[in-house]
Ligand binder design. Structure first.
Ligand code: SF4
Length: 462
């Protein structure tokens, strides 16, 4: 809804940066975006913005923005009309599909795009080209949260809102530095500290968030599972586990107990003395309500999904889930990581995590979309698609992502993109990845779109 005040218009939206999701108003003067101001009546940011949010409008009018479609001819980009660019994209994708089949196409979409765009990208891949080669960039940040939390709790999402940390007695942070990376979540931690909550920070680095901690545990990088398993071992040893909760609400306790028996002393792995782990186990398990917060220090590892599951186990072992001030909560890096996954921009599920391999679900989707022949097989993930460039993937559509900079091993990404017959990149700036494209489609920055039509947002002239 747009509010007006004299000449100024205020268009409510969400900050385009981190996953905290602060609400803000775009301030529009005479059709031009002139600033932002924080929404005051939202519990997320309570009238505050961090420096990233406060300046998130400045790039919109940058002279470097892409404004016209570009087609590469003889190694140089030339301006083209939308009809020329779209006709070329459509004909190349159609030709590749006819010649080499559904597995020859790849689609990648950013978690910075709204739900509607994530949905339409997966629909484009699945309906027009019958391929599940669609993925989003949660794959390389919080994909393990979706997988791990689904396996632990049946839902791949945070269990509690972030402001709920104020209802916890103990806040257990691991692999997370919100004071720097998620400043408005960090503000909640400062409030919690002032309210006398106990803060435990486990991190290989002594971060600004660690400075806030009552208990700081420095552990060796990538040894999360050994550390968490050892904490669980000492909770059980000290008879601090919640037997009633385990009995009524969980399965597999005996297996877990057996597994963690190997983790009594992990100092040689984690660098943390056993006495210190025992102490942390006592503090976490002794709290009436304890919440776990984690971030990429947990997920961006080959054991990411298991790291998340270990945190789920820790919370269930002590009955710290399903109540205010408890739970397991990932801090997401981009503003729509959850939505991109929920919308089915994933190689094995339709929207709502409905499995593509399930015949009944696939049939229902075929009826809804009015098509036949939807693919059942697991498609290629984001990073698999890069490895498959050239064989079998021949043509790729990259929407608002910059893999050359943000995926692992830039040289591998660059070499792979060069093997494609045809690459289309949709973005707002000429990125390092866009330089490899055959067609570049200029995108709209977030203030120009709400997921609905720009006109409906009231921001069409922004
Ligand atoms: S904390 Fe995150 S969502 Fe909030 S203003 Fe800063 S970057 Fe934007």
């Amino acid at each position: 809804m747009t509010e007006t005040n004299g000449k100024l218009r205020y268009v409510p939206t969400t900050c385009p940066y981190c996953g905290v999701g602060c609400g803000l108003n775009l301030v529009v003067n005479d059709g031009k975006l002139v600033g932002v101001e924080p929404l005051k009546r939202t519990p997320v940011n309570e009238g505050k913005l961090c420096p990233k949010g406060a300046t998130c409008w400045e790039f919109v009018q940058s002279p470097d923005r892409l404004t016209k479609p570009l087609i590469k001819k003889n190694g140089e980009f030339e301006e083209a009309t939308w009809d020329e660019a779209l006709d070329l994209v459509a004909s190349k994708f159609k030709e590749t599909h006819e010649k080499y089949g559904p597995k020859s196409l790849g689609f990648q979409v950013s978690c910075r795009t709204p739900n509607e765009e994530c949905y339409i990208m997966q629909k484009l891949a699945r309906v027009a080209f019958k391929t599940n080669n669609i993925d989003n960039c949660a794959r390389i940040c919080h994909g393990p949260s979706v997988a791990g939390l689904s396996l632990s709790f049946g839902s791949g999402a945070a269990t509690n809102p972030f402001e709920d940390v104020l209802n916890a007695d103990v806040i257990f942070l691991i692999g997370s530095n919100p004071i720097e990376a998620h400043p408005l979540a960090g503000r909640r931690l400062v409030q919690a500290k002032k309210a006398g909550k106990k803060i435990i920070v486990c991190d290989p680095r002594y971060t600004p968030t660690a400075r806030l901690a009552d208990e700081y545990v420095r552990y060796n990088p990538s040894t999360n599972i050994a550390l968490i398993n050892s904490i669980m071992y000492w909770i059980i040893q000290q008879d601090l586990h919640d037997k009633e909760f385990i009995e009524k609400r969980t399965v597999g306790f005996e297996d877990l107990k057996k597994t963690v028996e190997d983790y009594a002393d992990v100092e040689s792995i984690t660098g943390v003395p056993t006495e210190r782990i025992k102490e942390i186990a006592r503090i976490y398990a002794g709290a009436k309500s304890a919440v776990i917060i984690y971030c990429l220090g947990i997920t961006e590892l080959t054991t990411g999904t298991d790291n998340v599951r270990s945190l789920g186990n820790l919370s269930m072992l002590t009955g710290n889930v399903g109540r205010p001030g408890t739970g397991v909560n990932p801090l997401r890096g981009q503003n729509n990581v959850q939505g991109a996954c929920d919308m089915g921009a994933y190689p094995n599920v339709f929207s709502g995590y409905q499995k593509c391999e399930d015949d009944t679900i696939r049939k229902r989707m075929e009826e809804l979309w009015g098509v036949t022949g939807l693919e059942s097989e697991y498609g290629a993930t984001l990073t698999e698609q890069i490895t498959q460039c050239g064989d079998p993937i021949r043509a790729m559509y990259i929407f608002a992502l910059n893999p050359v900079v943000s995926y692992p091993d830039s040289n591998h990404v660059m070499r792979s993109l060069e093997k494609l017959d045809f690459l289309v990149v949709q973005d707002i700036f000429m990125t390092e990845t866009a330089k490899y494209a055959d067609v570049i489609l200029p995108g709209h920055p977030s203030p120009r779109r709400t997921g609905r039509s720009p006109a409906a947002s009231g921001a069409s002239t922004v």
